[in-house]
Write a protein of this length. Structure first.
Lengths: 342, 476
């Protein structure tokens, strides 16, 4: 597709036919290096429902995750994140709806679906009395994986050197990483992690984030991460779905470009009315006041001009606080709206 | 193929546990514990035999007794019956003293002396008998008995059947010199003669001499076979384990060791089986398996196969070790199992018999292991699964004993616990400790096929329950 657009004529393409696959491959690799959203959907949930007793835990959830995407699954405690993840991994049965992994239904084509999926639910539970590498070997045998791949994965999660220690002696961070190694062993198309940063120190979180970004953007693995920690998700995810009371209340792409184009700014000034007037007349900006603060949304490149103009007009500026459109906003906006509806 | 890989993983996982190694050591130690116990018995009883030898005092004892009886006779208040009894004893003891017969040993001379006294009281001629006693000729004694039997037949005081039976016994006694000498080593032969006599009596009268019940048609064949078997034992000098003699310590070991080591194996297997699902769920490692591309029934099957594998491996190791220990530490020959098939006697060698015996004994373990796995899957609680199963394993024979005492209805034979004792059904001529302890009851009266069918149905129901529970319930 991309090759043709770049202006090869027909004969040349025929000549290059042998090299075509090579070309697309390299192009794809370059694309992956950046980020690509045009690729295929590997995890799909369609109208999934689940009730425990009388309580509806999951209410008609639909979502889709594409290759190479880090998908955040955000929600307060008890919103149904873990239940959804367990349903995807077929640990619990769904009441209705379709879950497809790489095009395979997780119920009807269970074994094929499980070939393409890897996951950690709640804790990375392994046999504590066995060494890390022995745990990996158990898994490797079931999936016909050779020793080379085990070493490769151990290197990726930076556990080489400690693999012969008993898992019981590992720190929580090491256990998390070993769990990750276990799920990555068979090169899954979809990686599902339930609160992977629980109990990790900042360094550990950063390491985990780097690993996840690497496997998503380099190898094109779709990573589905659940968490209730907002900041961490913002740094990690490409797309976020907010779950509240078993419903998806918002799906938002976290894009850097969007943040750059417009900016949310809070102005703290002494002379509020004057400022509003200036903003309206000179820049045609709608301002919201909130006590002694003025909130405006403006193109990023305009901010210096606005400040300059206000200074010239003798407005005493106390502070200019840029407010990026954060996940926190998305989250609270979404959950607030839900509450208001009720 | 996938199941096989799961099975291998399951084994590696179990083997790496420290508790598994401890259990194996415990099983091996149980055999050595039995060995130590039997050896201890051997040593203490050896001392006992030496200290109880009172051969030198026998004469003194007899003289004292005779003196005592003579003073008793002088008492004029004695009634006729007691006087007669005392006189008989006096005569007997005098004979003992005269012919140097030990009053303690149940020897043929002893028997003959009593007979002589009897005849003398009855006013018969005892010269011939005294002559036999004087010559100490065992053969003559047997000949005399044969003559007596013939006389009784002619007098019509015994039937022809009884005469023939008695003649067989006498011939056997003559041939193998049973009763000629009193020793621990020949004790089993007399025991066997007694068994043959009992079987003959049962066949003749139609009443089982041991249980005092009418014998059934199928029992008749068994009794005939048992006579054949016992004669075969005498011919080939093969003592049986349950011979009432204490001297064969190897056989004692072979009786005790399977019972004890199988109990340890059972508990070890129940502990492993009781944790199969519940342990994995409580530690979360069930996800380890559930997140692999293996359907749940495959995971369950692999676990069950591995438990069966542990049972077989442990039983094989233990039985071979049992044979090895018995061969190394005991001088005697091990028990050879004899059985009668279509009137022909067949032998199973000691090693093979021990292994087969252990394997048959392991069938109930499979049932208890299944029970433990079922509880483990349903309750998801290792403590409940293990404790209930162990309690049932230990208590089942006692509970059934009590139930069988109070309920005599026919349906109790359908209770699986009444069908667990398979060794007595597959090896009817073996000596099983449990049947020795609890005697023959309702449980042993069902046939092998019936028992296996009941256990099979029981196992099937448990399998259905556990598969259903494991497949359908959520893994949380």
């Amino acid at each position: 597709m991309c090759v043709c657009k770049k202006g090869f004529n027909l004969t040349e393409t025929l000549v290059l036919k042998e090299n075509f696959s090579y070309l697309t491959e390299t192009l794809e690799k370059r694309e992956k290096g950046k980020r690509f959203y045009m690729s295929k959907v590997v995890l799909e949930l369609e109208n999934v429902n689940k009730t425990f007793g009388k309580r509806k835990v999951i209410d008609n959830i639909s979502l889709s995750v594409k290759e190479g995407e880090v998908y955040g699954f955000l929600g307060p405690n008890g919103s149904g994140k873990t239940t959804t993840i367990k349903m995807i991994l077929n640990l619990i049965d769904r009441d209705s709806g379709i879950i497809k992994v790489n095009g395979y239904d997780t119920k009807k084509q269970f074994e094929k679906a499980m070939e393409c999926i890897g996951g950690i639910v709640e804790n990375p539970d392994m046999y504590r009395y066995m060494s890390g590498i022995d745990n990996l070997k158990l898994h490797a045998r079931l999936r016909n994986i050779d020793k080379k791949r085990i070493d490769e994965v151990l290197k990726l999660v930076e556990l080489n050197g400690r693999e012969n220690d008993k898992v019981g002696k590992y720190s929580l961070g090491m256990k998390q990483r070993l769990g990750l190694a276990l799920t990555l062993l068979h090169k899954p198309k979809v990686l599902i992690l339930d609160e992977p940063t629980n109990g990790l120190d900042p360094a550990g979180i950063k390491k985990l984030r780097d690993i996840l970004k690497e496997i998503a953007h380099k190898d094109g693995v779709a990573v589905f991460v659940s968490s209730h920690i907002l900041a961490e998700m913002q740094q990690m995810c490409d797309k976020v779905a907010v779950l509240d009371n078993g419903k998806i209340v918002k799906v938002e792409e976290i894009s850097e470009t969007k943040e750059e184009a417009t900016e949310h700014v809070e102005l703290r000034v002494k002379n509020i009315n004057k400022t509003i007037k200036i903003l309206k007349e000179k820049f045609n900006l709608e301002a919201k006041t909130e006590k002694d603060a003025i909130n405006i949304l403006l193109p990023t490149e305009n901010l210096p001009k606005v400040v300059k103009e206000l200074a010239i007009s003798d407005v005493e500026i106390k502070a200019v606080i840029p407010k990026s459109h954060t996940l926190e906003d998305i989250f609270f906006d979404a959950t607030e709206k839900e509450k208001n509806k009720k | 193929m996938k199941i096989f890989k799961l099975f291998i993983d399951e084994n590696i996982k179990t083997w790496k546990k420290i508790s598994t190694k401890i259990m194996i050591i415990a099983i091996i130690l149980s055999l050595f514990a039995v060995l130590a116990f039997v050896k201890f018995l051997e040593k203490t009883e050896e001392n006992l035999i030496i200290s109880s030898s009172v051969v030198e005092n026998e004469k003194e004892y007899l003289e004292r007794e005779i003196e005592y009886y003579e003073t008793q006779l002088e008492n004029e208040k004695l009634d006729e019956q007691s006087r007669l009894n005392i006189q008989r004893n006096l005569e007997l003891y005098k004979l003992f003293l005269e012919y140097n017969i030990s009053p303690y040993n149940n020897s043929w001379e002893n028997e003959l002396a009593s007979y002589i006294v009897e005849q003398k009281v009855n006013g018969q001629n005892i010269d011939e008998l005294l002559n036999i006693l004087k010559n100490k000729n065992f053969k003559e004694y047997i000949e005399y008995q044969k003559k007596q039997q013939k006389q009784q037949l002619e007098n019509n005081s015994i039937s022809e059947q009884e005469y023939n039976d008695n003649l067989i016994i006498l011939n056997l006694k003559e041939k193998y010199e049973i009763g000629k000498e009193y020793s621990q080593e020949s004790y089993w032969k007399r025991n066997i003669i007694q068994k043959i006599e009992n079987a003959q009596y049962s066949l003749r009268t139609g009443i089982n001499k041991e249980t005092n019940k009418l014998i059934k048609a199928e029992e008749k064949q068994d009794l005939e076979d048992s006579i054949k078997l016992n004669i075969y034992r005498l011919e080939n000098n093969i003592p049986d384990a349950n011979n009432g003699s204490n001297s064969n310590y190897r056989m004692r070991f072979e009786l005790l060791a399977p019972m004890f080591s199988m109990a340890v194996i059972s508990i070890a297997i129940i502990v492993i089986a009781g944790g199969t699902i519940s342990n994995e769920i409580s530690t979360g490692t069930i996800k380890f398996w559930a997140l692999t591309p293996n359907k749940r029934w495959k995971i369950m099957t692999a676990k069950l196969i591995s438990i069966l594998f542990y049972i077989i491996i442990l039983v094989l190791i233990t039985s071979l070790l049992n044979v090895f220990i018995a061969n190394v530490f005991f001088a005697q020959e091990g028990e050879t199992y004899l059985y009668c098939k279509n009137g022909e006697i067949k032998e199973i060698g000691n090693t093979l018999y021990t292994i087969e015996y252990y394997l048959v004994k392991s069938i109930p373990i499979i049932i208890f292991a299944l029970f433990a796995v079922m509880l483990s899957t349903i309750t998801r609680n290792t403590a409940v699964a293990v404790s209930f199963s162990v309690a049932l394993y230990i208590g089942n024979s006692i509970i059934m004993q009590i139930i069988n005492q109070f309920i005599t209805k026919d349906w109790i034979r359908f209770i699986p616990f009444n069908n667990l004792n398979l060794t007595t059904k597959i090896f009817p001529n073996s000596t099983d400790m449990t049947s020795m302890m609890f005697g023959t009851n309702f449980a042993t009266s069902t046939s092998l096929v019936f028992s296996l069918a009941v256990l099979g149905v029981c196992a099937f129901l448990m399998l259905v329950t556990m598969y259903d529970s494991f497949n359908k319930r959520d893994i949380i």
